[in-house]
Design a protein around this ligand. Sequence first.
Ligand code: ATP
Ligand code: MG
Length: 478
Amino acid sequence: MSRAGRWVRRWYGAWRASRLGTRLAFGLGAVSLVVFAIVGALTVELMHDYLNRRLDEQLKTSQVTQVPHLRESKDNPEVVYSWYSAVFEVRQGVAVPQPGSTLPADVRPLAKVAEEATRGDVFRTVYLHDQGSYRVRACPVDAGTVLLSAAPQADLDSTVQQLVLIEVVAFLVALAILVIAGRLVLRRGLRPLSDMAGTAHDIASHDLTGTANLPVRASGTGGGAEVEELRTAFNLMLSHIESSLAARTAANDRLRRFVADASHELRTPLTSIRGYADLFRYAAANEPEEREAHLEKIRAETARMSVLVDDLLLLARLDANDAEPPVRPQRMDLTEIAVAAADAFRAGRPGHPLTLEIPDDPVMLHADPVRLRQVLDNLLANAAVHTPAGTRVDVTVAVADGMAVTRVTDGGPGISPEAQERIFDRFYRVDDSRTRAGGGTGLGLAVVHSLVLEHGGTVAVESEPGRTTFTVWLPLSA
Ligand SMILES: Nc1ncnc2c1ncn2[C@@H]1O[C@H](COP(=O)(O)OP(=O)(O)OP(=O)(O)O)[C@@H](O)[C@H]1O
Ligand SMILES: [Mg+2]
């Protein structure tokens, strides 16, 4: 690449890297330069024209006053300022200056103008050797006689030159002030943007992997509507990022706890199974009649573990939105499910009297009957497991506001308000030691919650001592 090319590239690079304020100031300067050049050229041209016209006017006035006088007296022409004045006799197209004329050494250029003027007034600009240019006017006095005056244009030229000089200096000063002051003003105006960039850098220097909060915001006020708008949008974006970060961190924490709890819950039955297996081996050698009992325990623990694993798998699949959902909806009647669940409950939990109240008409839903049965079974199981024997349980199905409303109510001890808030959390149990012994893992209501959500419904609990109600709202089929 040539030297010039490299130079241009370097300057282009520096220009691109320069600050916006500087660039705008220089852009403003460039535009002003063009405007100044146009204004300057125009004023010089107009000034030049005006002075020329004035000179012509003066030449004419001086000659017009002289002509009548010259006609009568054949006197010498008057000498005005430092002008040349002459009377020419024009014979056969050749002009000859008359005595008494003031003329330069080389008369020819002036004589030529005089020769043209026999028929009328003539204005010319003539260059005289060593003396610069002259404005010349010639007019006929008599037939064959011409009066000629020549005024130097040097004064006029120096006036115009001075004007050019003054303009150039004035414009350069104005340009310098414009660029310097413009740069300062623009820098000041753009400061809010630099501040925002500083905030962005600040955020970039934060490690966001571990924390959920983003404490920095673009502060300050003013800077114009656009800057204000940008600042608001910027801060809005930061709050958005912060809330997303918080949600992600919370989800990660939940997942970590879920995995930890799941491993913990799985370890318990596994430890039991290992223990019973050891006992079984011992019994096989020493107390054969005990073997069956140990084997039964092993089977029970395995059954408990497979229920737990099924629940975990279901929750994991409900969580993974993109995977094929574990719910196969179809048109179904909710009352049928309620009747089946109630029958199963009556058979399986004879210690808890159950009443069922359903509408006469079917309640049609677009839902997975197997999963809804699971929802009802979990709620009913809780009503039986977490209440004393003999506690009555009521199930009602109704339609309200375009939703199917299912309520499972029991007359048990109830759930405290603090526990109600966390009751749908995974692995949450109100009385950990008691229910653990009873075999619950704390996943039943979490499964209910996820399944109802997956069906587009909601579930809530209301409880006071002696009355606990779980209500499930599900959208009716169209
Ligand atoms: N009807 C109820 N009356 C009183 N307490 C209840 C009732 N239903 C649930 N609970 C409390 O809520 C906790 C969470 O219930 P959840 O069904 O999620 O778990 P679980 O019944 O302990 O175990 P799992 O259902 O997984 O076998 C229970 O441990 C229990 O303490
Ligand atoms: Mg339960």
